[in-house]
Design a protein around this ligand. Structure first.
Ligand code: ATP
Ligand code: MG
Length: 447
């Protein structure tokens, strides 16, 4: 038992090098440098957290966190390329060009009356700033799989909370009492889902049980943090798995309330199909090392909400163009209360939505203006996705696919001919029938 938390029983298990799969080849040379230097300085030096966990399951860790008994000042004295950051808890960053190795002094999560820790009524931790033992450091972490220490002195893994076995069994298990730990920091619910999705783990039963009930607590978490967490959920190559798990654990309605409501009321399931197709496409792009954009992601995640708002406004008799702008603003403003989507993403997100209704327009001037719009490509890719929800857009997709391939002159001539009705005669072997413009048809159906 630790004195800190009566709910956590710790016992040290040392897994020697020949009984685990973490090898120095999995660790970045700079992280190894930091570990060795700390050890030479007479300090304990451990790799900890996501890097050990990922290396154990055969992944390729990208960031490396180091834990030590050296104080931040002692760490700084060992490295020229070191700066201390953080007010709430001081950390050392050892900087190697673009790679930063974070070195944290073991810390405890205790209310010892020293006044360095404050908890608000709901149990949320506001400040914690007390150095501790390695054992203290282990139990204040979130999941057992995240609390494994790889010791540079003998390449063993030190496990105080049963994390090694949980990783073997592919389980995310909270350390301590789950409800207490979620109340301390509701983002841990998202981390459970995200890490399970990323690693293809299950969330252990007692860890999963309180999530649906506590999901509303996410409303109290900092919107900037939720934005960061969303990027990790959906732009790291496991968006489909993340989404399905968010739904399964009752977290979708806490994170994206209007989208969750719109999906629930869309009986055909078309909006959900489109959303999942878009997320699958995002995963594919990540797998291919192609760029992915938060603006496109949020355009996708909030599209059901946008369609729903738009339909409601139109039902009240609002003119289409006006309703589109209002719906885009409404959805953005509401969602911003929860997730701090920066304007550099929310503006292009809205453009992607608003451009959708312009794909049904065929007047020459409008066609050329849309083609040269900076957001054309993103909006067109979005239109392609909408095809998975409704075949209604097939003709538009076809038209704009060709329009992008044609020379300006050829396109001009074709539009001219179609405008004069030539395209509708059967002798000219028309490339495509001219589609009648229906005002607002692009999203009037809501999908
Ligand atoms: P990834 O880097 O794949 O997102 P990670 O586990 O490394 O996963 P980080 O945010 O880098 O996540 O956190 C590093 C470590 O810090 C975690 O492994 C965990 O031990 C600890 N940690 C992070 N967030 C929390 C939290 N909310 N509560 C308790 N411990 C946390
Ligand atoms: Mg990490």
């Amino acid at each position: 038992m630790t004195p800190q938390d009566p709910n956590v029983t710790t016992s040290l298990r040392v897994i020697p090098r020949d009984q685990h799969s973490v090898s120095r080849k999995d660790i970045s040379p700079n992280a190894l440098r930091v570990l060795y230097r700390l050890r030479e300085g007479g300090f304990g030096a451990f790799l900890v957290g996501g890097a050990v966990r990922d290396a154990l399951v055969g992944g390729h860790p990208k960031d490396f966190d180091v834990a030590t008994d050296a104080t931040p000042e002692q760490v700084r004295a060992l490295f020229r390329n070191c700066r201390l950051i953080g007010r709430r808890f001081r950390l050392a960053h050892v900087v190697f060009g673009r790679e930063i190795i974070e070195v944290a002094t073991f810390r405890a999560n205790i209310d010892d009356g020293s006044g360095d820790r404050e908890t608000h009524e709901g149990g949320r931790v506001l400040r914690d700033n007390v150095f501790g033992s390695i054992e203290d450091d282990a139990v204040r972490r979130d999941f057992t799989a995240n609390a494994l220490y790889y010791a540079i002195e003998d390449f063993s893994i030190r496990d105080y909370v049963g994390g090694f076995e949980d990783v073997q069994n592919r389980l995310m298990r909270l350390i301590g009492d789950p409800e207490t730990r979620y109340r301390e920091d509701p983002v841990r619910m998202l981390r459970a889902v995200r890490l399970a999705a990323k690693l293809d783990f299950e969330i252990e039963a007692a860890t999963a049980a309180p999530i649906p009930m506590l999901a509303p607590l996410l409303a109290e978490s900092a919107p900037a943090r939720l934005f960061e967490e969303c990027l990790k959920l959906f732009l790291s190559g496991h968006a489909v798995a993340s989404f399905e798990r968010l739904e399964r654990h009752g977290l979708l309605s806490a994170l994206l309330p209007e989208t969750a409501a719109a999906l629930a009321s869309n009986r055909s399931g078309a909006l959900r199909r489109m959303l999942l197709a878009g997320l699958a496409g995002t995963d594919q792009r990540v797998a291919n090392d192609e760029p992915v954009s938060p603006a496109f992601l949020f355009a996708l995640l909030l599209w059901p909400a946008y369609c729903r708002s738009l339909m409601a406004l139109q039902a009240r008799g609002m003119h289409t163009a006006e309703a589109q702008r209002r719906a885009a603003d409404q959805v953005t403003v509401h969602q911003l209360q929860r997730i701090a989507l920066p304007r550099r993403f929310s503006l292009p997100m809205q453009e992607i939505w608003l451009l959708q209704s312009r794909f049904s327009q065929r007047q020459r001037k409008r066609v050329f203006r849309l083609l040269s719009h900076p957001r054309f490509r993103a909006a067109y890719d979005f239109l392609l996705l909408r095809l998975t929800a409704s075949n209604e857009h097939a003709a538009d997709v076809e038209f704009w696919r060709e329009a992008q391939l044609e020379s300006g002159d050829a396109l001009s001539a074709r539009l001219e001919a179609e405008a004069h009705g030539d395209g509708d005669t059967d002798d000219a072997a028309p490339r495509k029938r001219r589609r009648r413009r229906r005002s607002g048809s692009a999203v009037a159906a809501g999908e």
